[in-house]
Structures are given as structure tokens and as C-alpha cells.
Write a protein that binds this ligand. Structure first.
Ligand code: ADE
Length: 250
């Protein structure tokens, strides 16, 4: 599965890590406070791919805005052909732990509620609540991550899992909020603040997309401390995951 130009989005610089340092021939464009860095990424076999990378900031509005800008970005006259959102998330299940990787097989906006006009969680312009990525891309990346030495053997990363990811404009750090989200979405794997907004824009703009999250905390009491500590360490490791993501599409 090959692409010429991939867009990579994270909410925070720590989630992108040092991948920007690997780019050649960097072009930076900015839209107000949003910077998009594009460049050429070359692997050990001298194959290359163009990357456009940005930090959106936290939350659904920031994610939607950055996604739209990133999709519209060209580099050397090649448009972005696939867009990935990667970063950290809180766990929604006891058997999903810190450093496990969740690939979003379905994204849901857990704070969308246009009842009684629409069913709970349904996104009105799409008339659906479940945002589903292209299955071939999901399977392709799942196989690459599960068979990858960088991820499985020599690193801190844990299990790789396909799961439901919910997004909302809330950092979840108490039992009541956690249970409310879980009661609406019982099979939930991970909770974060951007992925489902990114997915909505990608679907509406008709560009292939995928969300890849690494578990940082339990999305429950004390999650703010777990999250803050995790992100400091993750900054050093995100490069490894992003390298595998990029290699998978070259
Ligand atoms: N991203 C990482 N951890 C989170 C949490 N607990 N709530 C919302 N977004 C998160």
C-alpha cells in the first residue's frame, strides 16, 4: 500500500516527537498560529515519501481546523493522499494498559447530543454516530504494527489492538465522567479529545484517514498525573511509532 504524500497530525508536539528532524527540504507554511511542516522522508533503502506534519492543539475544534488545513496542503505539487492522527489516549478497559496501541476501527464523538432531533451521538451532517476508516488501510497498518520488531521486541510498546475510540471536549479524570461515556459506548477502548473530529472532516472531505493512539492513562481518578508523566517519556518514543507508520506506506 503506497502513498506519495501523507499528512500526520497530533495534538501536541510531544506526540510528534523528533520526526521533523528526519525531513529533508523542509517547507513551512502557517495559517495564524497553525504551522504545517512538509518535507521529504527517506528510508534506509533510499525510498522516499513526502510528509506534511502539524500539531493541532487540544480539542475537537482545533483538530477539525488543522485537519482541513492539512488536507489542503500540497508539497512539490503532490496533494496529501492519506491522513493519520496519532498521539496518546486514556484507556477505557481494564485490559488495555499504558503503552498499548489502539488503532481506531470506529471513532465516536462522545459529547455529541442533538436529541430529540437525532439519536444520541449521531453527527447530524453525516446522520451516523460511528465513523469508520477504510478497512484495507486499518488491516494493513495493524499487520505492520503487530509484525514489527521496532514495536514488539525492543521497545516500551505493549499490545496492538483495533478498537473503538471516543473523542470529546473533556479531559476525563473522574469516575462519574468515565462511567457516563462508557454507559453510552460499552465496548469503548480509548478516550481522547480529537480523533472523531479529525475523522468527521476526513469523511466529509473524502480523504482516507486513520487514528492511532498510545495509552497514556486510565481516564479515571488521577489520570492527569499519569498523563503528564507519560507524555514526558512518550516524547522520546513517538519517533519509533511514527517511523513504522510512515514506512508502512512507502
Ligand atoms: N488523552 C489522553 N488521556 C486523556 C483523558 N484522560 N481524557 C481525554 N483525553 C485524553
Amino acid at each position: 500500500m503506497k502513498y506519495r504524500h501523507i499528512g500526520i497530525l497530533s495534538a501536541m508536539p510531544e506526540e510528534i516527537g523528533t520526526i521533523l528532524e528526519d525531513l529533508e527540504d523542509i517547507k513551512k507554511v502557517n495559517f495564524g498560529d497553525l504551522n504545517i511542516y512538509s518535507g521529504k522522508w527517506v528510508n534506509k533503502n533510499n525510498q522516499y515519501i513526502y510528509l506534511s506534519i502539524a500539531f493541532s492543539g487540544w480539542g475537537k475544534v482545533s483538530a477539525a481546523r488543522a485537519t482541513t488545513r492539512l488536507i489542503g496542503n500540497n508539497y512539490k505539487n503532490i496533494p496529501v493522499e492519506l491522513i493519520l492522527f496519532t498521539g496518546v489516549a486514556g484507556s477505557a478497559q481494564d485490559d488495555i494498559n499504558q503503552w498499548d496501541i489502539v488503532l481506531g476501527k470506529c471513532l465516536i464523538q462522545h459529547d455529541m447530543d442533538a436529541t430529540p432531533l437525532f439519536d444520541k451521538l449521531v453527527i447530524p451532517p453525516l446522520k451516523q454516530k460511528e465513523l469508520i476508516p477504510n478497512e484495507n488501510i486499518l488491516e494493513h497498518l495493524f499487520k505492520r504494527l503487530t509484525n514489527n520488531d521496532l514495536i514488539s521486541k525492543y521497545s516500551k510498546y505493549g499490545k496492538v489492538k483495533k478498537g473503538i475510540i471516543a473523542s470529546g471536549d473533556q479531559f476525563v479524570s473522574d469516575q462519574e465522567s468515565f462511567m457516563k461515556i462508557l454507559s453510552n459506548i460499552p465496548n469503548l477502548s480509548a478516550i481522547e479529545m480529537e480523533g472523531a473530529a479529525f475523522a468527521q472532516v476526513s469523511i466529509q472531505e473524502e480523504i482516507p484517514w486513520l487514528v492511532i493512539r498510545v495509552i497514556s492513562d486510565n481516564a479515571n481518578e488521577g489520570s492527569e498525573e499519569e498523563f503528564s508523566e507519560f507524555v514526558k517519556t512518550y516524547k522520546k518514543w513517538s519517533h519509533q511509532l511514527i517511523t513504522v507508520l510512515v514506512e508502512s506506506f512507502i
